[in-house]
Structures are given as C-alpha cells and as structure tokens.
Design a protein around this ligand. Sequence first.
Ligand code: IVH
Length: 698
Amino acid sequence: MIPVGDLTEAEASDELMRLADELASHDLAYRDAAPVITDAEYDVLRRRNDDIEARFPHLIRDNSPTQRVGAARAEQFSPVQHGTPMLSLENAFSDEEAADFDAKVRRFLKLGEARIAYTAEPKIDGLSASLRYERGVLVQGATRGDGRVGEDITANLRTLKEIPHRLNGSGWPDVIEIRGEVYLSKPDFAAMNAAAAEKEERTYANPRNAAAGSLRQIDPTISATRPLRFFAYALGLTSAAFAASQHEALAKLRAWGFQVTPQTQRVEGVEGLLSAYRDMEALRPTLTFDIDGVVYKVDRLDWQDRLGFVSRSPRWGVARKFPAEQARTVLEAIDLQVGRTGAVTPVARLDPVTVGGVVVTNATLHNADEIARKDIRVGDTVVVQRAGDVIPQVVEVVDPDRKGRPAPFQFPHTCPCPLRTPLARETTAGGAETVVRRCTGEFACPFQRIEHLKHFVSRRAFDIEGLGEKQLQMFFDEGIVKEPADIFKLAAFDTASLKKLKDREGFGALSVQNLFAAIEARRPIALDRFIFALGIRHIGETTAMTLARGYGSAAAFMQAMEQVAAGDPEAIAELDDLDQIGIAVVDAAGRYFKEAHNQQIVRRLLDELDVQDAEAVATDTAVAGKTIVFTGALERLTRDEAKAQAERLGAKVSGSVSKKTDIVVAGPGAGSKLKTAAELGIQVLTEDEWITLVGGGL
Ligand code: IVH
C-alpha cells in the first residue's frame, strides 16, 4: 500500500472513492450485526481515509464516512453534563389542580388576583433531548438521563432532518441549550412497524417506544433510517437572554429553524388554562403525533426565574394530563410484594391486556383495605387503568353481583419470604392502626434486602448501567452480592472465581467489561446521592440533598448520624434544625444508625467509595454559609421565594433561632424569634435591608 505521503492527487481521489464505498458496506454489515472485518481492520481503513482527507481536503467526497453519520462505532454512549438540569413537570389531573397551580404561582409572586399569562402547549409523548449550540453550530446532543447527566447521542440526533446543524437567521446567544421532544408521527410509526413486520423484524407497541428504540441505537446509521422528528419547547443554559417570554422564545426557535408545536396558545388566567385544555382534548384525535396532556408554563421568563424549582420540577410549569385509559381483563392471582421498608403490597396478576398502547400484566392493589373496599377477588373481571408512567391500577370489579363468585381474598399473616416472618399492622404516632402491613424481618428478610439493593443501584441513586434488577437478583441469589459494598468487589471476585461472569447466560466479555467499568465509574459519588442510596425511610432525594449540604462530607455525616443514634441531644438538635427536617427523619436516621449491622454496611461501603463533599453552593455571596431565619410577615417577597433565594445564594434557612443563627429577617408581627435574636445578639434585618444585602435579586 502506498504511504499516504507519497500518493498523487489522482491516486488519492481513486482511493477515497473506493474507501467510501468499502466503509459504507462495512457500516451496513455492522448495523445488521454481521460484520465481515474486525474492528481493528475497520479502524485501519477508516484512519487511512481520514489521513488522505487531511492531506487532500479538497477531495473530500460527500459520501465520505467523515461526512456521514455512522462513522462512530462506540460500544456505549458517553455521559454529558447538562449546562442546567433537565427538570420534569409535576402533574395535574383535574380542573381543580390546574386552578391550584395558578393560585400557587400568584401566591408565590404576590400577584393577588392578577390574571397571569401562560403558554399552553401540547405535551408530546416522546423523549426529551437537549441540543447544545455554540456560535450557532450544533456541537452536542444528549438524552435527559437523570436530569443532571445525560448520554451523548449527538451522532444520532444529527440524523434528524428537523434538527438544524446550524441555526438560521441571527440573534442567538453564543452558547444555548435547546430542549425538546424527539418523537415519531403516527403515520410514520405505522409504516415503520408494517415494514418491520414484513421483514420479520421487531415491531414496537407504540410510537414512543419506537422512538426510544430508534434513538438509542449505538450505530447512528440505524437512527438515520428511522423517521424521527423533533419539536423544540424549552431552553437550558443560555449565555445571554434573548427573549422576555416563553412565546417569544418559541418564535425565535422557529425562526432559527426548529419545528415548534403550532397548537401552542398564549392564554390568561384559570379560564384560559381550562379552555386551552378543552381545545387540546378536541384536537387530540386529529393530531399526527401522540400527546398525553397539556403543558402550562408561566409566560414571563423573569417570573419563571423568580419561581425557580423545587427538587426536580419547576414551580412555573405543570403538566395537565389527559385521563387514564382503561381496559377490562381477568384477575388471575393476587401476589404479595415486599418493599424496601418491609411494607407488603398486594399485586394483581392479570391476563395480559393492552391499555393505551402498552401491554399490562400487573397492577397494584395498594393494600388489604383497598381490596376489601373494592371487593376484588381472584377470578373477577376487572377494569384496569393506566395513566402516563404511573403503575396500572385496578379501578373496579365488573359485575360484582354475579353468581358463583369465589370467596373474598384473605390477606396472609406472614411475609411471603422463606422466613415467613409475621406481618405487623403499622400504627401511627397516636397509636391508630394504619393500612400498611409490614414484614418485621428487616435485614433478615431476603425480600427487603434485595429491595434495598435495587434501590441502591436505581437511577436516582448509584445508577449503575448494566446492573439492572435481573442481574442484581442473580448475584443476590448466588450470594455474590449481599450488600452494597459487594458490588464494588465484583471485579475482584470475578478474577478469583472459577465460574466467570462472561461465561454466564446473558453476559459476554464485552458486557462484563462494560459492567465493571460502570461500577468503577461510580466510586466517586456525590454525597447527596450516597445518602439517598442508603434507602433510609423518609430520606428521599430532597432530604438527602439537605443533609449533604448541612454536613458537607461523608465523615461529618457519619459522625453526626452515629451521635444521633446514640441519643446525643446536640447532634439531634443540629439535625432537627436543618431546614425541613422534622421528627420523622430524625427518628428514621436514629433507628437506622442504631443498628450496628447497618453501621457496618455503610462503613464497608464507604471503604469502597470516594464520596465527594457536597457541592459548594454559592460561596462568594454576602450570605453564603450563613444561617438565616425569616420571621413575621414579609411584604415584598413570599416566604417560599425568600427561602429559595437565600438557598440559591448559599445560605441555610432555618425555622428556629439559636446561637448558630447568623441573620434574622424580621417583618411586622415578629414575636418570640425576634426576642431570642435580641437576647443572643444576632443581627436583625428588615425585609428591605435583606433585599439590599442580597443585591436586589428580583
Ligand atoms: S417543558 C421543566 N414542554 O414532558 C420541564 N416538556 O414531565 C421542561 N414534554 O421531560 C420541559 N411536551 O419530555 C415541556 N411542551 C412541552 C413538553 C414537554 C412534552 C415532556 C418532556 C419532559 C416531560 C416533563
């Protein structure tokens, strides 16, 4: 083979033509999972193509692999950190809940009875994606992932005709993240499925699943063959403001070359929200794409900023969902499922039935009282419903008065686990019995242990790719993974073991390698995720974040928790003082860490990890690191807004004044807290002084 440096122009041109064809045929063979050359051989060809092009850029052909997608042959997608988190929306299921949303927005912004302008947009039933443009050029496209970190699917997204590689027109910020929904139209979906059926290839249950399957192809040449479309509807990070309202932003997105949903309306007040919903309901059957509701957004972007978000959802938006879809089927059995906290939930096993495009085989029955109230019996024909992503439910029994019905369901008194531990009916603080039945086996109960492990690897916790419930169950059943720390010892275990993972069914050399890499990648972990992953009762993501910020490091957290468990009053007061931490969390944390067994599990896990200190919130503001107490009536800000603002600026907001308090912001009517502040010599500010201190911030 002639070295690239010695090629004449004519030889180079011939060779590029040959290479383009050859590489394209290998891409196709690879796509069909029947490669004819090895990856290394492919890489040699590809490198030669690229080297020749580098020497003779004017000879680059349109059909060169560097110009086409399909060049990337990655085994998995790499992670991408979003510039700003991709949030999800709270749901509203009724007119009342839509009205509540409007009321909350007005209350938060102190707007009294003013009629607020909203956009009402179709809620497209697809998959969200984020597109990053720098100086008008598409540089990256990502899935939502866990909201903070998504997967790099740039090559796939570039194959969508409705995603511009360069923005049209002008006036865009240097850096902008544009968010929207990737979806398949109903006719395209039908045609795609029909063609697949003809070729005896896999078909999909609904357009959303088909879009997901098409987008998540490692090989972008496959995505390129699927008729995926894109609607833009939101912004992430933007380096400069370019619109004052959502509808203005949508108009700009359209001018820059995106599709935006033409059904979007700008409406005012609750009446506007409700009538937009009715309009959308009427339009739904005529649309060429699936929608599952209406998204309401406060139109003014400065108000959106002020409203901010709670946990994972913005306060400025809500999804008004269409009612659930229903179907009838036969209830074949009632099984019991044991959750992470021992709560025993009855589950309906159903004769498979399609509800709203998805095959349903299980539905939750909630608890024993619910079964009794609805008088649900094995063998009954029941109405099942499913709405959005929620677990399907049994709504009612069809013809409950029919003759020859079987006997009512008897709720067992013992856990279905091999230990058959007795179930206890939970009581409230006041001693009243609740509907929840719990297995009293705690960690001795294998059903609870496996649920803890599932929670540990779940998406919002350690999110270990390749370690799904199935694999985890197998490792658990074989005794290889008994507690979280064992996951991090898997690779070492496999090296020492005779029965290698790669030789097991469902695994291969590559998937094992990927699994070990995914586990390794999680050794460095954010403190809040670590805390959340422990699965302590009452400690969800928001509380975990509060604890992480409150204690700063894993060492400080552990020390404090052990002190709390030992009943140290100062440690308990410190925990209780953290914002929105109440007695339930103090109790649950105390109970969890009092168990020597739990402490050891956490210690062994910590030995495997590199837990990162809590993300320093803003440190360069006038109030960073300070503890603030708001008391009395506020006139310019609402309580929630003042609190959100203080937290954004790195302050901690507490509900009670103590010697740890740095500033008390007191409005009219402030009482005992103001008095305590004076006694302790704590700085007291008026609301106006506070607003000046934090730089206006409005
Ligand atoms: S706004 C902070 N607008 O619904 C929310 N989302 O539950 C940012 N979706 O993840 C998204 N149509 O996948 C927005 N017109 C629309 C939407 C929409 C569909 C999806 C999207 C998002 C989910 C939120």
